[in-house]
Design a protein around this ligand. Sequence first.
Ligand code: AHR
Length: 893
Amino acid sequence: MKTKNFFLVAFCFALLSVTSFAQESKTAPQIFLIGDSTMADKPLADNPERGWGQLLPIFFDKSVSIKNHAVNGRSTKSFIDEGRWNTVLSQLKKDDWVFIQFGHNDEKKEDPTRYAAPQTGYKNNLTRFVNDVRAKGANPILLTPVMRRRFDAQGKFFDTHEDYPAVVRSLAKDLKVPLIDLHRTTQTLIEDHGIEGSKQIFLHIAAGAYKSLPEGKIDDTHFSEYGAKKVAGLVVANLRSTFSPLAQYLLTVPTTALNQTVTVQVDKPGASISGHQFGVFFEDINFGADGGIYAELIKNRSFEFPDALMGWKKIDANAKGEMKILEHENAKNNLHFVRLKNDLNSSGFGIANNGFRGIGVAQNARYNFSVQARNISRKPINLRLELINASGQKIAQAAIKNISGDWKNYEAILKASATEPKATLNVIVESGNEVDLDMVSLFPQNTWKGRKNGLRADMVQLLAEMKPAFVRFPGGCIVEGRNIEERYQWKTTIGDPAERKLIVNRWNMEFLSRNPQRAASDYFQSFGLGFYEYFLLCEDIGAEPLPILNCGMACQFNSKELVPLNQLDPYIQDALDLIEFANGSILTKWGKVRAELGHPAPFNMKLLGVGNEQWGPQYIERYQEFAQVLKKKAPNVALVTSAGPSPAGELFKFLWEKLREQKADIIDEHYYQSPQWFYDNVHRYDNYPRTGPKVFAGEYAAHVSEKGRPDRPNNWEAALAEAALITGLERNADLVTMASYAPLFGNVDAWQWSPNLIWVDTLHSFGTPSYYVQKMFSLNQGTQILPVKINGEIKQEGLYASAVKDTRSNEVVVKLVNAGTNKNEVSLDLAGLSAIASSKAITLTAPELKAENSLSAPQKVAPTEQTLKITTSKFKYELPANSFVVLRFKLKN
Ligand code: AHR
């Protein structure tokens, strides 16, 4: 009884503390700012100056109250002496925060009321602030003083703060206080803006621009509104990247003004566009091909992995028998097979394979088993086949009878009596027999278009529903290989699957040293999904094929091996042969191969990638060799070239410059960046030159950093930021002619890279919020860009918009992204539109930015469609908080 009471009390106590924790965690903290004029609030009227603390509140949700106690001209000393610190302390509560930033005035030796020597007075005062804050149960943050804008006669930036920033840094370390090093980050900010550009951060005010400043003003210490917002943004970026508890209160984008009018100039259409901008990027990464879309259920089916028995084990360790790997005579690519010998009187000897992290089978579905086998006993041999579920029960059985003495193919069908995501296949030899086996294979009968040994129906279905304009394949880094030997070679991926030369997947050990959990020692490329199947897939789903070929460079993140320029001919020949394979008549050598594989009609390939994500002069030299030949022999095939792995910087600039000189057709840019970067780059392409190469946004995804989530979640926050950026791609669709998210697939049990567009397990697949964003853009394209302005301005922030006219269907389509945390009623003006026949809205939103889809809730974030009753060209439309909305207007004639 006593014990019972104890548990009851303990339970109530636990419940109480959970409840009080829940209540406590709901109360947002107060943030106190103490510092000098660079941080302080300034009068708004007729005054261009702002403190960065004044702009900080726009980054936080309204529950956080920010109390800016910073005052012009104050040092640590005068702030204390004037009793200001005591005022702050009297308001400070447990769990509040205090941001401490001084230095500019502590440096003033000539003024004894303010001067505090760095190593003594300044340090002591900062220490006092920290200790007092902690004594109240609140949290201090130390900030180094912001930089002044100073360039010497040679244009070199220099600092004026002497020892003060170093004191703050070492104090933060000694007292274990979070540090925001604005001294460093504002230097970068100023330098990145350059000598001229950085004037806008400070006060360079022309005479007469403000009544209060008739003579104008030049001040390189205090901030303009632009500068203050940038500096506040640096503080916010630090809170995010250090996973500060305050990050939970940050908005995705700063609060912007409401009452916005979006004007779509229907009467002044811009450039004509293809209406085929959005495609997909396919790579065999994350078990996307083997263990993914290629429906083969058996791993290492032909015993060609370097560890030839990897994936296989004896069914019963006690059963007596032998299992050994032998080599075929005169074999080319399929070198090995397994020999099984079941000892007399031993039952149940055989081998088992559990597929790619399990074999997924569905109740009542049928599975095609096949095997190449040879009987080396003197009497007829039978094989027993079983599918076993995770609890060891048999859920399917079949047999192969009378295996003869020559190598032959045998088939059987297994029908599953129950659904099991992690089944095992047993292949059992009857006792007293000896048999050789190779190419042990199991496929669902339910494949895409019912093709025998084809692709996973559910995965292709998700692709088909996106109606992608193109499929880029086969990657990605696997095109390059870790070294030249392990590069992707299309010719070894066609024809008899048993003869396709298996190689290691580049993602097999990519993460071995950095993140061993993500390495996959069992990741190889069987090429069951090879170039012919890729072309068929493109044809099936109406997408242009965009193969990418190795250009004589191995992955520059790995071995960096280069094929000498004078040995590139075979690589260029591979490209010419591929063009012939795809487009040549059946009278040509490679056109005939295509016809023999079952496709006499050409695939009509129009795009070809030369190299994947290469960079440096080595790439340019190699591209030139390819281009010289390909432009002559296949002028109708546009070549896709690389802008390297980053969306900016020296490598990127170099490639653009050189490829522009080379008159490259299409340049492939990659950006795996934070959601903030996506918002900041909405106008990225507005000012790109319109002559010269087109842009292919070939690999991109917003990467969210979240503590405890090494997988970088595929959440609504990421997808919404992507939607904002894509409005920018669409507004510039005359230049950015192609775009694809990357990577495409991730196996939940075997991924190396995240986020991905679609996740799968052995039986199911689901689209992420990013998938639905891609799909909404893809299904709502147009043939003419319609210029958009928000409140008369091109510049967009917080609310993002693009619009197109689809002359094929006579519709106007407007896309709107509300990145704000409040609903936003916008006024729309479809200028010049006379009569609307019908209209509808497709809305994608979620109650919280962290929302994700999953195997158990695959459509938590999914679009909904509503018919609208809009008939006039001017109307109001309420965008839900954090939403992406597509409005379609069917025009009367
Ligand atoms: O999409 C994942 C990888 O990112 C690709 O293989 C490569 O091209 C890029 O670095």
